[in-house]
Design a protein around this ligand. Sequence first.
Ligand code: AHR
Length: 613
Amino acid sequence: AITVDPKAGGAKIDDTMYGVFYEDINRAADGGLYAELVQNRSFEYSTADHASYTPLTSWSVTGSAQTLDDEGRLHERNRTYLALGAGSSVTNSGYNTGISVERGEKYDFSVWARTDGRASLTVSLTDSGGALATARKVTARGGWAKYEATFTASRTSTTGRLTVATDRAAALDMVSLFPRDTFKGRENGLRKDLAEKIAALKPGFLRFPGGCLVNTGSMEDYSEESNWQRKRSYQWKDTIGPVEQRATNANFWGYNQSYGLGYYEYFQFAEDIGAMPLPVVPALVTGCGQNRATDDEELLRRHIQDTLDLIEFANGPVSSEWGRERARMGHPKPFRLTHLAVGNEENLPAEFFARFERFRAAIETEYPEITVISNSGPDDAGTTFDTAWRLNREAGVDMVDEHYYNSPQWFLQNNDRYDSYDREGPQVFLGEYASQGNAWRNALAEAAFMTGLERNADIVKLASYAPLLANEDYVQWSPDMIWFNNHASWGSANYETQKLFMTNVGDRVVPSAATSTPSVSGPVTGAVGLSTWATSAAYDDVTVTGENGETLFSEDFGGGASRWTHTGGGSWSVRDGRYVQTDEAAENTMVTAGDTSWQNYDLSVQATKMSGK
Ligand code: AHR
């Protein structure tokens, strides 16, 4: 029986409790959320990004062309450009199978070009079946300038190619093609289907831009020459301003990151979906296996100042230096930043914490209203985790970020993780978590776990599944919440769990107690729920009934036997008075007759009723 006491005071659940964590992993940005259709538009791909990359990756040349990085460049941060010979052309193959266009939709082409005299550029959109739109001509003349044209697709295709041909020699850079129909119709905008899927979650917050890519690689900024083609930590000033003046980066995840989707766009997106923006800045200690602390005091001071400038960029008046920059980009009103995290998964807790404290002190002095979030390393337990938590607790830090990726069983067994957390200590930001898989039972295990988060909403203030996005052809990390290719996107079962919780956030927890589950005795008919353990001793025959009353599983246990194989898939076992099913091959091998070691398997069946006698 379940006893509910509506009058008893349970924890208040904040509207911001469930959010999303966006990181540029699995090509989440270029070829994904960032709607640009041309890959390597600025010819910046290099071996620093990936051993197989060159400035011409995803381009093919007919005639003569070479990529150059010399004084004739478009911008000091956008170094390489293409010198295309007279009578030559270049063709871009986009992402996945190509450039995806839909019949009747408009596509905005632009290019930066430099010529001696006049050059006529012919721009065409084709696939193997021929033209996808009427070709366009633009006339380029003189120094670097931007030229534009619009296509209307006459056919739908997922294998399109964009070709730029010239009659006279011309230098080209930032060859770009955007669908007109971006999320909220924004220029330099986001791919609509992906942004809409994220928006449909109604996220309470948007954590960005990572993850490992925030604090790995060099901490120097792009202006250092030695840093031009090198993995750099994510530094927000590299990512704002006119797109043709933004740097690109050798992404931690092994590809080139354009920064077309930068800090302004993140803030804008957060605002557009009604989510609280929650940026993460590097703390000058590398994480994600790199474990290096930077001792350069000047560099540390510069990063702390950059963080203060970031707050000014988000919240400052238009009369301030960085508030003016925000206004210049199109958003005079503040972005209402209230939370900011310093660091991600540092393995060196003492070194991290010493630097974190410098950031925190500076932010609290200038912006006492901002909540500065610390973290607890990459694990859910262990020495690093304990040390980090102790340091955070002793220093009275407001909020600590936790990350873990564990088995579904772990999630089922740790529903009570936060029941015993110190209510006097820092609050918890569960910034990254996932059970290892995108199967139905992973989604169930996460849902079961989330009931524990919610029950502890007084201490767990924010939670986000990770990672959010994955292009199916460029996967560095799986499972992920939303999958896509160049023309379609689909949510995982885990996405549905997140959506269920995120679009139904309660106001407060109503305390309840269950007195008869999970032990089921005697003839039973009851809800299986998300996960249930049932004792076997009390019944011989067990039937698990599906949603439509169909029998999913029926077994005569005969009393006393310890293992049965269910032909519908997986093993069913009764061990130590527990009745279990598992459907993983690896787990099956562990459940053998006569095996005395008890393994904790979850009961993950798509059933609504279990009955036994
Ligand atoms: O979410 C994927 C990665 O997992 C993140 O970049 C990192 O913070 C964690 O290790």
